[in-house]
Write a protein that binds this ligand. Structure first.
Ligand code: FAD
Length: 815
């Protein structure tokens, strides 16, 4: 009994200290107090008591007495850190220092303050933005025929180009004072999402000028004159921009571009001016073949010291009119399945005056910083919107198709195998939209969350890949045979584009998310590194000791939190809400503590070499990402007013995410470089073993059911995409069939119970006429049955072509 009280008290203290984010000194006082009480109450026999005191004093005294700690711990660790700290290039330093940290830092640090998440205002559009979505965006969607775009024209039709320019789609991020639409990140995201549900080629065309490119760079770094000249013209579509960074020798390692500009003086428009002679070779540049203004990244050199005392100035960005002599544009690549303009461009010794450098001469060499600082908005908005648009389209149309398509006399969506795929589609569509909305809210609140945007870029494009693959399986041949009626195959073909651009996904997962997360979100790591690299060794040593001591308290606190929450299955963790989702907040808090503790110990153990351990880093990225996705789902549910009907979706999203976090941490421990240490850490991370399970079959069934019939929750899940019930429209045809099928279903049921079945040798229409004649059904019911049958046939039909055309189509696909 005494022991039980002792353990209870210990647990209570641990929880209290963990909640209070206690310092190492406080921890020491409490442990000393505990030992004292245990000794006085005879809970601890004299010998074990002596051992416990000895161990405690050996640890606590050196660590709490600064001089001793410096001598025994901080200074040796500082020396080791200085020796092993990998050299950091300026590009890496810029990447690490750029942007802000936000909600992901709360998850990273092990004790998420939920009020911070729930305080974020629910996403809302202004009336102007909503009117734009209901007006020009809806109209543009109606104009888009993706088969015509991708197969017949390999381009957007001229009237679509005109409409896009006229309605200022290219100026969404340009403020109204410069003639743009001045939209929020949310509105930008909604526009791209809706267009993506209609045509990926059109969505990319609109997305690129609004992402990282001339407009974004000019807004932040342009001179007043550059802004006044370009922004109104870009907003009205009088200039078509592109941004050229990638080349044959520099893809993911964009900082290594060999393209160069040499500072020189040359006669230009009748006078001698200071400028750069630029030589470059770029590829994969979106809108490049039709661009009128080329945003170009190159490395600037000043061998004659015309602008300062350095030769190597660094990456620089300039805006070059494409009609400048020596600029070569026009040739096109043919990216898989898409028809947006994309191609190489080059220039040899092209002279550009200094005022073409974005921001002018003072911005020579500041290009990389400009790029990484501006990257997060585009990366966190455009591609996630594109992925979510495709995900929502797939959820809506695959559910409808799975209901109208019957095999073995049963809608295929009712088969458990298909249901599994539908559940993944529905659950992922929910997760993706939740993360998209939360990230847009952060950007609109002025954040530039570098880690979050990498997370959503990676997971919302991977989510797109996953749901589109599932949708292809559910559609069978209907998804494979290409033609105007196929709404899926082009999306499927274009998935690798989203995976590759704006930070290829393998690199984003294995290097960026956790690598940048550790540097930006960890409360002490950067302070320790800064101290270790302080040019003043004495000041550095003192700062290092202070940071290390605080770091120790942080680690112990997270260990205690992880252990206690693990032992109580998260029940002692705080939950900011009541009701069905409260437990997911608690479980997430538990995983956050476990993550923080494990990440800390791994960083301590591996130091700078973690940079090369991409498999471990990738798993940490997964854990952090799924915590973010899970919290986004909880936030979305809360923002929507906790609707009962949405519960299966949020539960699926949370269970799935927690299961992924658990798997990632488990795999880290299983592959921990020091086996024994890995086993010890496992006791703290999973004291009761791995308890989270994949969403069960009943939950999967509930999620799949949402997709199979029209309802408010299905509409909410797929809100914001282009929806049609027009039987002449490729996706509208399937929705139309679903509605007609459901209208006819009661009559069909009645006929089945009356054992009225169409005989195999009788045509369906003749059988219906006979039923009317025999007054089994009335004329209206027969019409409903006939229309349902006709609409279903249209929904399951695929295109076929005359032999010559089919060959042409095959050649097109093969190309
Ligand atoms: C359709 C399309 C449009 C594009 N539009 C533009 C544009 O408008 N402007 C522009 O400048 N660029 C553009 N790009 C370029 C795009 O950003 C690059 O393709 C991308 O950066 C990857 O470069 P890469 O294709 O050369 O692949 P590579 O860099 O050769 O990478 C190949 C693979 O290796 C992985 N990898 C590389 N390094 C690492 C690492 N350290 N750790 C783990 N994995 C790694 C990558 O993740 C990838 O999976 C576009 C590309 C495409 C395909």
């Amino acid at each position: 009994m005494g022991w039980l009280v002792w353990i209870g008290l210990l647990g209570a203290f641990l929880v209290a200290l963990a909640r209070l984010r206690a310092s190492f000194f406080t921890w020491s006082l409490v442990v000393a107090g505990g030992l004292l009480v245990a000794g006085l109450t005879d809970l601890l026999a004299p010998l074990p008591g002596l051992v416990a005191w000895t161990v405690f004093l050996l640890v606590a005294i050196p660590l709490n007495v600064p001089a001793l700690r410096r001598m025994l711990l901080s200074d040796p660790m500082l020396a080791r850190t200085r020796a092993v700290l990998p050299p950091m290039s300026q590009t890496e330093r810029d990447a690490i220092e750029s942007g802000t940290v936000w909600w992901e830092a709360e998850l990273f640090r092990g004790d998420p303050r939920w009020e911070r998440l729930l305080r974020v205002a629910p996403p809302t559009l202004t009336s102007e933005e909503q009117a734009f979505l209901d007006g020009p965006v809806e109209e543009l969607c109606k104009m888009l025929n993706d088969w015509e775009i991708t197969h017949e024209l390999n381009d957007l039709p001229p009237d679509v180009w005109d409409f896009i320019k006229r309605q200022r789609f290219f100026g969404m991020i340009i403020p109204q004072e410069f003639g743009g639409l001045g939209f929020s990140a949310l509105a930008h995201s909604e526009v791209v999402m809706k267009l993506a549900s209609r045509s990926v080629s059109a969505a990319v065309t609109v997305m690129v000028p609004n992402s990282l490119g001339p407009a974004e760079l000019l807004l932040h770094y342009g001179t007043e004159e550059q802004k006044r000249h370009y922004l109104p013209r870009l907003a009205k579509g009088e200039e078509i921009p592109c941004f050229a960074l990638t080349g044959p020798w520099a893809g993911s390692d964009a900082g290594s571009i060999p393209d160069r500009g040499v500072v020189c003086k040359q006669r230009f428009q009748g006078r001698e001016v200071l400028g750069l002679r630029v030589t470059w070779e770029k590829r994969y540049i979106t809108l490049g073949p039709v661009a009128t203004v080329l945003g170009l990244a190159f490395k600037a050199y000043d061998p004659d010291r015309l602008v300062g005392d350095r030769e190597d100035l660094g990456i620089t960005c300039a805006l070059i009119p494409t009609d400048t002599p020596g600029v070569h544009i026009g040739r096109r690549h043919y990216p898989t399945g898409a028809a947006f303009q994309n191609g190489p461009n080059s220039g040899q010794d092209v002279f550009i005056p200094m005022e073409w450098v974005i921001g002018g001469q003072q911005n020579l060499g500041r290009g990389w910083r400009m790029l990484v600082e501006s990257l997060s908005a585009g990366r966190g908005i455009s591609l996630p919107a594109l992925g979510t648009g495709s995900g929502k389209l797939v959820a809506r149309v695959t559910g409808a198709y799975a209901r109208v398509r019957q095999q073995f006399k049963v809608p295929i969506g009712r088969f458990e195998g298909v249901e599994e795929a539908l559940a993944r589609i529905g659950g992922w569509a929910y997760l993706m939209d939740a993360a998209r909305l939360l990230t847009a809210a952060a950007v609109d609140a002025g954040e530039k969350p570098a880690v979050t945007t990498a997370i959503v870029k990676y997971h919302l494009t991977e989510g797109m890949r996953r749901v589109v693959d599932d949708a292809m399986d559910v559609h069978g041949g209907r998804g494979i045979c290409m033609g105007p009626a196929n709404y899926l195959a082009r999306v499927h073909q274009t998935v690798p584009i989203s995976i590759t651009v704006e930070g290829a996904n393998i690199l984003t997962r294995s290097m960026i998310i956790f690598g940048q997360g550790a540097m930006r979100c960890h409360p002490y790591l950067v302070r320790e590194i800064q101290a270790a690299t302080d040019p003043d060794p004495a000041a550095g040593a003192e700062a290092f000791d202070r940071a290390l001591f605080a770091h120790m308290g942080f680690t112990v606190t997270n260990a205690a939190r992880s252990l206690v929450y693990g032992l109580t299955r998260g029940r002692l963790a705080p939950a900011p809400v009541l009701g069905a989702t409260a437990k997911y907040y608690q479980r997430l808090a538990r995983m956050s503590a476990a993550f923080a503790f494990l990440a800390d110990l791994t960083l301590l153990f591996l130091g700078g070499s973690l940079k090369r351990r991409e498999k471990l880093s990738g798993r940490f990225a997964d854990a952090l990402s799924f915590m973010y996705l899970c919290s986004a789902s909880l936030k979305r549910f809360q923002d929507n007013g906790q609707p009962e009907a949405e519960l299966p979706l949020v539960e699926w999203a949370c269970k799935y995410s927690l299961y992924q976090v658990q798997n990632a941490l488990d795999e880290i421990l299983r592959n921990f470089p020091a086996r024994t240490l890995g086993q010890v850490l496992r006791l703290v991370v999973f004291p009761l073993g791995r308890r989270f399970r994949y969403p069960n079959d009943a939950l999967g069934h509930a999620v799949a059911s949402v997709l199979l019939a029209p309802s408010d929750v299905r509409d909410r899940l797929t809100s914001g995409i282009y929806c049609s019930e027009d039987p002449a429209d490729p996706t509208g045809r399937v929705e139309y069939a679903l509605r007609r099928l459901l209208e006819a279903e009661p009559v069909e049921r009645r006929l089945r119970s009356a054992r009225e079945v169409c005989p195999p040798h009788v045509a369906y229409d003749d059988w219906l006429d006979d039923l009317v004649k025999r007054r089994v059904v009335d004329a209206g019911e027969a019409r409903a049955l006939r229309e349902s049958r006709r609409a279903t046939r249209a929904a399951i039909d695929v295109d076929d072509f005359p032999p010559s055309r089919a060959l042409e189509a095959a050649a097109d696909v093969a190309a």
